[in-house]
Design a protein around this ligand. Structure first.
Ligand code: FES
Length: 104
């Protein structure tokens, strides 16, 4: 398990999503602040090569900016077509003011 620094506590506001590049990882991550909690996923939409962090959070889902498909931020489940393949979600831990994604 690798710990990836996603952001510092307080850097994201409620309903915000941000792209994170981490050393040693080819793909970017997305970190979300929703309902006062942090969540993490792959940043790339599973429908195309588009950054989900450029999308919008609505009702617990991240909507892709290209075709308006969506995923449940908590589970990664594809919720709105044309997305069909689940998004990879990562556990998050908050330690000493830092928000980490736990990547297997
Ligand atoms: Fe995301 Fe098509 S690229 S819905």
């Amino acid at each position: 398990m690798k710990k990836v620094l996603l952001c510092r506590v307080g850097e994201l506001t409620e309903g915000e999503v941000r792209q994170v590049s981490a050393p040693g990882f080819e793909e970017d991550f997305a970190v979300y602040m929703m309902d006062g909690q942090y969540f993490a996923s792959d940043d790339l939409c599973t429908h195309g090569m588009v950054s989900l962090s450029a999308g919008e959070i609505v009702d617990g889902q991240i909507f892709c900016p290209l075709h308006d498909g969506a995923f449940d931020i908590r589970t990664g489940k594809a919720t709105v077509l044309p997305c069909r393949i689940a998004l990879k979600i990562y556990a998050v831990s908050v330690e000493d003011g830092n928000v980490f994604g736990l990547v297997p």
